[in-house]
Design a binder for this molecule. Structure first.
Ligand code: PHE
Length: 344
């Protein structure tokens, strides 16, 4: 073979290879690798050219060799260039830096916590202190000291969770035992609230849960009367639900208060017209209250002739349901953050 022929061939191979690689679409690795084998492989076109050098004289071989090497380098860099394009395309797909970031998961306060804090703030402003008491109670603090007789139906094993029935240790059914505990320790005057979990053997439905929260209040001093009770609770409800709300006191019964009352407020959903939430009465019951029974004072060593006081207790879930328009008490305990995050 003559030098001229080989030179022509080098040119042809070069042109063909460049043309072919330019038609390989970006990302087509398979085609690119096939191209590499065809031109740069052991039995590829470039090596064929090197083989044909043996047909030339040593002078000519030198000249053609330089050209073939130049072609080889040109094709190698064409290959590298194409390959790096594919890789950077892949990188781009993996991390798209122009994408907006994922917002981090943030926590939220549970509606029960929110309501508890709101209630606490209102009472702290009126000079009440905040105390706590145990969730596991004795029969005496939960019932006896509160003037609840042994034959009272709430003491039944079907109503109360007994931990040790014989020893009469139970899960408190209300927060009222804290009244007794605090009065045993502190002499009047006294103004406290307490918040915590209570337990009753209720089946779970839209309005009942065996675990729920209550807030209890107690105020004792010389000369406290029902007007103080009315004033404090009316103010509380208006602070909580707005001062256009109407508050109603109806006679009721609790063994530890006399007289006793139930407090209702005009339904904030239908504004008192009547709806399913207020069972068409226009009013929703919010809490129980009354003047502390003289026997309770005697039980804790207070002189009922010298001191009077009032107490009240309410369910926090109930208040949260009214305030936030939550339709089912079970939402509070299902750990569904979509429910919980709405109210912050
Ligand atoms: N302890 C009562 C209940 O759980 C509520 C209450 C508290 C009533 C204080 C009067 C005074 O229903």
């Amino acid at each position: 073979m003559k030098l001229e022929e080989i030179k022509k061939k080098i040119k042809e191979v070069g042109e063909k290879a460049v043309k072919e690689i330019s038609t390989i679409s970006e990302g087509d690795t398979e085609k690119l690798e096939r191209w590499k084998v065809k031109y740069l492989g052991r039995k590829g076109a470039v090596n064929d050219l090197f083989t044909s050098l043996s047909l030339l004289s040593s002078e000519e071989r030198k000249e053609a060799g330089i050209q073939i090497n130049a072609l080889k380098n040109k094709l190698i860099s064409a290959y590298e260039e194409n390959k790096s394009k594919i890789e950077s395309k892949r990188e781009e797909k993996k991390v798209n830096l122009s994408f907006p970031g994922k917002p981090p998961e943030t926590g939220a306060f549970h509606p029960i916590t929110l309501i508890s804090r709101e209630i606490t703030t209102i009472f702290i402003k009126m000079g009440f202190g905040v105390v706590t008491g145990p969730e596991i109670e004795t029969d005496y603090y939960n019932f006896g000291a509160l003037n609840i007789p042994d034959e009272h139906p709430s003491k039944d094993v079907w109503d109360t969770f007994y931990i040790a029935e014989k020893e009469k240790i139970l899960l408190r059914t209300h927060t009222s035992p804290v009244q007794v505990r605090i009065m045993e320790k502190v002499s009047p005057p006294l103004r406290i609230i307490t918040i915590g979990k209570c337990f009753r053997r209720d089946d779970i439905d839209a309005t009942h849960s065996p675990v729920f929260h209550q807030i209890e209040g107690l105020m004792v001093d010389r000369g406290i009367n029902f007007s103080h009770l009315k004033g404090i609770l009316t103010h509380f409800i208006m602070e909580m639900f707005g001062n256009t709300v109407k508050v109603k006191f109806t006679p009721s019964f609790f063994p530890f208060t006399e007289p006793s009352a139930e407090v209702s407020m005009s339904c904030n959903i239908c504004k008192g017209i009547g709806c399913s939430t207020c069972h068409n009465t226009g009013y929703i019951e919010v809490l129980g209250c009354g003047m502390v029974h003289p026997q309770v004072f005697r039980n804790v060593g207070y002189n009922p002739d010298e001191f009077t006081g009032f107490a009240f207790g309410m369910g926090i879930e109930r208040l949260a349901i009214i305030k936030f328009g939550i339709t089912d008490i079970r939402y509070f305990f299902q750990n569904d953050t979509r429910v919980i995050k709405q109210f912050n």
